[in-house]
Design a protein around this ligand. Structure first.
Ligand code: NAD
Length: 268
């Protein structure tokens, strides 16, 4: 399917790893210049591997090999200062920001009554406040352009509940609600806003969570077996393909939607 994305600019958070990385490459293949934002360092929570400086350098080299420009930004989505700097640099470099993929996120297990306040605040801070902080700095640019697409990576757990994941689920339902409200506020400026709801995705996050549980990601995915289609998980490229479609004019009248990439899980 042809897209109209050539020459556009995308700002992607959590771009060093997993779905953010796959999406940067998929958009670069369509001729989109990339601003790759990632914390690129380890946090204490959750205790699994985050993206690194090397990952950011690699994604830059890979995008440039595909014939587009790529600038990288190291920062935390909870830091307005880091976001403002990155957004200003991106705007100065490319003259516009057409696509925001709010993708950075963390996941961790814990019963609601056993979570610490710090665990709750980290989850909500990164997964929910982060997307709002980033959108807040990019929306004025999109309003001035009278065009833009914001895609927020929620989860199937932004549409249902789950055991030992109350803080994650709350953050992801928050992302779903943020999406709908932004869609209402921004439609008048020709800005579309949609949430994406993947089932389990084969990324470093899954490996990290599984290692904490003393298992492999594939074993856990096969045990939970919630997908309707006979696959344990989807690949990061499946989410990236959804982003390419939603960002393009092929989805020109899609806004406020919950776009599932769930192998049928939510049908059950
Ligand atoms: N993997 C899954 O099964 C799955 C399923 C549904 C939804 N999701 C969601 O998809 C998104 C991407 O997940 P993934 O599977 O690619 O995870 P991942 O851990 O493989 O990659 C996440 C990236 O975000 C970065 N990041 C984390 N915290 C950050 C912060 N505070 N500021 C900036 N960057 C930060 C990490 O360094 C990493 O590069 C997340 O929002 C996640 O909740 C994941």
């Amino acid at each position: 399917m042809e897209t109209n994305l050539k020459g556009k600019t995308a700002f992607i958070t959590g771009a060093a790893h997993g779905q953010g990385r796959a999406t940067a490459l998929a958009l670069a293949k369509e001729g989109v210049n990339i601003a790759a934002f990632d914390i690129a360092k380890q946090l204490d929570y959750p205790k699994y591997e985050f993206g690194s400086n090397t990952d950011l350098e690699t994604i830059k080299a890979e995008c440039e090999k595909l014939g587009v420009k790529c600038i990288t930004h190291k920062g935390d989505v909870r830091s307005d200062e880091a976001i403002s700097r990155a957004v200003n640099e991106t705007h100065a470099a490319f003259g516009r920001i057409d696509i925001l993929f709010n993708n950075a996120g963390i996941c961790a297990y814990g019963l609601a009554h056993e979570l610490s306040e710090a665990e709750w605040d980290n989850m909500i801070g990164i997964n929910l406040k982060g997307p709002w902080l980033v959108a807040r700095r990019i929306i004025p640019i999109m309003i001035a352009q009278k065009s833009g697409v914001i895609l927020n990576n929620s989860s199937v757990l932004g549409l249902r509940g789950a055991n030992r994941l109350s803080h994650y689920v709350a953050s992801k339902w928050g992302v779903t609600g943020l999406t709908k409200s932004l869609a209402i506020e921004l439609a008048q400026f020709n800005i579309r806003v949609n949430s994406i709801h993947p089932t389990g995705v084969n990324t470093p996050m899954q490996d990290g969570l599984a290692a904490i549980e003393g298992s492999t990601a594939l074993e856990i995915a096969e045990r939970s077996a919630g997908n309707l289609l006979p696959v344990p998980w989807v690949e990061p490229e499946d989410v990236a393909n959804a982003v390419v479609f939603l960002a393009s004019d092929n989805a020109r009248y899609l806004t406020g939607s919950e776009f599932v990439v769930d192998a049928g899980l939510l049908t059950r």
